[in-house]
Design a binder for this molecule. Sequence first.
Ligand SMILES: Nc1ncnc2c1ncn2[C@@H]1O[C@H](COP(=O)(O)OP(=O)(O)OP(=O)(O)O)[C@@H](O)[C@H]1O
Ligand SMILES: [Mg+2]
Length: 613
Amino acid sequence: MADSSADPSRPESSLRLTSGDWTRVLLVAVATALPVLIFPDADARGTAALVAVIPGIIAVIACALWLSVHRRAEHHVGIHAQAEVRREEERALQRRQEAQLREEHARALARAERSFETFFEEAPFGIALLDDKAVIVECNRVFRRMANKTGEIVSGRPLAELLRAEDRHDLPTRLARLASGAAGPGPLEVRITAGEREIVASIFANRIEHSGGSTRLIIYLLDTTDQKNLEAQFAQSQKMQAVGQLAGGVAHDFNNLLTAMIGFCDLLLQRHQPGDASFADIMQVKQNANRAANLVRQLLAFSRQQTLQPKVLDITDALTELSHLLRRLMGASIELVIVHSRDLFLVKVDQGQLEQVIINLAVNARDAMPQGGSLTIRTHNETRAYMEQHGSEIIPPGDYVVIDVEDTGTGIPPEIIQRIFEPFFSTKEVGSGTGLGLSTVYGIVKQTGGFVFVDSEMGKGTTFTILLPRHHGKKAEEAAAAVAEEKKKDLTGAGTVLLVEDEDAVRLFGSRALRNKGYKVVEAKSGEAALDVLANYGDTIDLMITDIVMPQMDGTQLIKHVRETRRDLKVICISGYAEEAFRTRLGNFENIHFLPKPFSLDQLAGKVKEVMR
Ligand SMILES: Nc1ncnc2c1ncn2[C@@H]1O[C@H](COP(=O)(O)OP(=O)(O)OP(=O)(O)O)[C@@H](O)[C@H]1O
Ligand SMILES: [Mg+2]
């Protein structure tokens, strides 16, 4: 009975009696009327019914009232229970929400820890926390890697221990100044030596307050080794370029002076033949001028500006010719072994320069074997099928002749091997080595289109390997025969030569030398003067000899002007610079020849004769 009525969710209207209640009231009414039926006759029943009506009605009303009161009581009990249930539910909800919050908080904390861990550990630069004495408290992975590749624990070690001795001085103070900004802008540069290789690092620092009032530093380390190496390489190439320019300039001026000195010696020698009292003195002057010319050539070699006179050559023959000199250079305590390969490819090189390369390498080898040893020069053919990287060089595929120069000397320490080809790099005592030997080798080999490498092991020895590109052309003997034939010729000739040269001494010697050989010579001091001469003398000029480097109009400009009117005029360029340097500026004009300075009387006369033919 109370089930549905006690439902606390029922509305106030539910306090009214239900149809079930009315049924109950009806049953009470019927039950009250039932005793009337026990009277046998109708009259008695009627009387009884009348008598029973009043208590019946009272019973029914009482029943209805009771039911109504009962409903209300039930209702109130329901409302209380309902409120209690609701409160209990609210408390449960609150507990659930609190638990959920705690869970979320814990999750967020874990997430934050994970992302901090990632930021800290996976940062692409080193991070370390230092105490006030610059001892490492904590550090990340990159820092550990920078500090020590073997994975040794670095926490608890003073930072200074990881640095190069020169960088350790007063480190805590310097770091503190860096963190406070007192050290000025920019990071602190240090070198870390604890790992396998030395690392150059830039340090940035930040001060933080630590619990307990102490301060700590967070330092950030950037590995700038590659950048520093690049900077060093750039500085090196700038230095090489500057030295090259200097060498080129010096060589140009010297070549003019030497051309005049050698030339006037030649003129004097024509008047002072062997037997004359002055002959020996003039020869001395000429020999010394030639030695000076050799020095200038060395300068030009490493600036790769020298004029090479390449010819087709068999390396086997060149080495055989050179072997006597090499034996003398090596002395008694060093054994010289030359191993020739059969059917070696031909190469096109300047023989004198190639000899210079081999001699420089041999002399270095001798110096590396003070107690004696052996020097082996080995040749072989090699065909490289693929593009190959060798150190900083890329060797294109092709046929090469390989010359190995191998000694059993001290070897080259790994820390200097990178530098040996630098000009002026020498480990020898002042006065005994200029440091130009290997840079000359490098310059000559590169200018010839070849490659040079070094391989060395301390205490075992060093091997220099030279690769020269194969030449597909005519045999060396034929070329040599042609040169020999040229040498024997009579050097006198006829014709008119216009000599353009701004250096008085060179012009004077040149014109006298050519007049002596039978030529008519017209001189011009500059490009502009030469154009005037050509305008006046016109077609009578057969050959123009011109210097290349001149103030205002230089040789190449002059040639371009002359070519506009005299397409057929033969030209010889004379210069202390390499031929390639001006050839590219001239384009493909024909009938342009070249004579490198310094030249002797015979070389000048020979060249003029060859061109005039
Ligand atoms: N075969 C070798 N064995 C050991 N060290 C070598 C060898 N060749 C060169 N070196 C090292 O390379 C350095 C540079 O050589 P390079 O020939 O350029 O100059 P140098 O021999 O010192 O002086 P220079 O050749 O001008 O007289 C040498 O000082 C030496 O330390
Ligand atoms: Mg040397």
